[in-house]
Design a protein around this ligand. Sequence first.
Ligand code: ARE
Ligand code: CA
Length: 496
Amino acid sequence: MPHNVRAVVRAAVGALAACLVVGGLVACSPTVESVEVEPAPPDVGIQLFQLPWTAIADECETTLGPNGFAWVLTSPPNEHIVRDEWWASYQPVSHAIDSRLGSREEFADMVERCDGAGVAVIADAVVNHMTGQDTPGTGWAGSAYEHYEYPGLYTDADFHHCGLTADDDIQDYTSREQVQTCELVNLADLDTASPSVQATITAYLEDLLALGVAGFRIDAAKHMAADDVAAIVAPLPAGTRIMSEVIRGGGEPITPEEYVGFGEVFEFTYARDLTPPLQNGVFNDPELDGDRPLHVPSDSALVFVDNHDTERGEARVTYRDAAMYIIANALMLADDYGTPVVYSGYAFSDRDAGAPTDSDGRVTPVSCALETDVPADDYDDGARTCVQTWPAVAGMLEFRAFAGDAPRLEGVDAGDAYGFEREGRGVVAVNVGSETQRIEIPTSLPSGKYCDVVSGGRDAVVDDGCRGETYTVSDGTVRIDLAPQTAVAIHIGGRL
Ligand code: ARE
Ligand code: CA
């Protein structure tokens, strides 16, 4: 790019950025007279699975903050059993913040640097259980343990021995008692109704809060009575975010609704509903009043395309199919339901394979800011997917900033294509078929040319054109010819 052009580009980007920061009512494009838009930084999180603290700190500064993520969900920070599999993280040996993802100092430094970049940190809190090891051992940070003995922390009396199944393992998810007092895959199940156990767990969460975290994912929350979780988090400061993992299960008595009284829950139905239309091309509008059947209310819902469990299980759309993954993420980020959590992990062919480590077993830091090939056509096992840097994802966060709380309008169906408007703010359209498909979407966006943020990414307006594709709104309609398996999104802040 010649020098003078780059200067103009920077000026154009600067104008947009100014309008983002200033707040108040500002016209975001010099050519739009009648439309005043205040883009609001969206509440969008990202799960950076098994990424070390030093690398997350870098990511906050180089990719998450600049791309507009409000918070990052880390993997569990606790001392854990010594094993190569990623799931060693989910077998706590103590509540020391010392793991193969980093030391306590590195964790504290990460929180500080992320805060400085405008990104809050949510820690994954594994508090339903300790290890699932039948033989005694020594944890990552040197703590000795036995299955039901964690010196200085928990002793046998602090654990459930449910006596309801042959090996005390959960066998029947339709039994509330089994799910909450028996063992999840042999993991020593804490008696979370006990006041002293509750106090020990609360102290762990308070320790993390003292290091500056904004809240917690409560791992395996379904396996603790909602009253127990409520008692554990009650002493925490107001505003602490509590995100319970309660996988909705057909025919199960324990529901996510039980956990919304003290925080948010991951709504697994959302991802399950998102995928079938991508495969069969049959889209239906959700009920457009914010309520959806088998979903918690929008304000309580954390939604995702996939997470570290589902990409190894039920998810049918993952990083492996970047085109469809972009479509799924675009639909989620354009939607008016829930708080989206983007997922970014590493490629694998073995479900259990941990992230690459150094010879001491520490997980290797990787910087996504240095990856230029995103999304990659093919990821080698262990390679980070770096979804936070995919232009389409960054562009959709910008779309969401401009969409604000504008309602989602009735959708338009055209063959394998589907699209909808966020009233007056933006239009998204996807084509999941193998043929190019034309779709015409009525819109109240002002007439003009708009830059697509899926192909162009964030700040897609450059000089007198678009970095990606350009689409025209005229006479209250936008006509889009969608290539096979692509998405398009235009918003009010991206008008030429
Ligand atoms: C590993 C081995 C086991 C071994 C155990 C103890 O795989 O064979 O017995 O260690 O040594 C993760 C891994 C597990 C791993 C575990 C501990 O996924 O493989 O076990 O760590 O290292 C249920 C729970 C839900 C849970 C999922 C996985 O309700 O909370 O199972 N999800 C969280 C995390 C996981 C993590 C754990 C909990 C444990 O996200 O990553 O496990 O901390 C229906 C039900 C769901 C049920 C689901 C699967 O859908 O509705 O409730 O989810 O089936 O059973
Ligand atoms: Ca339990």
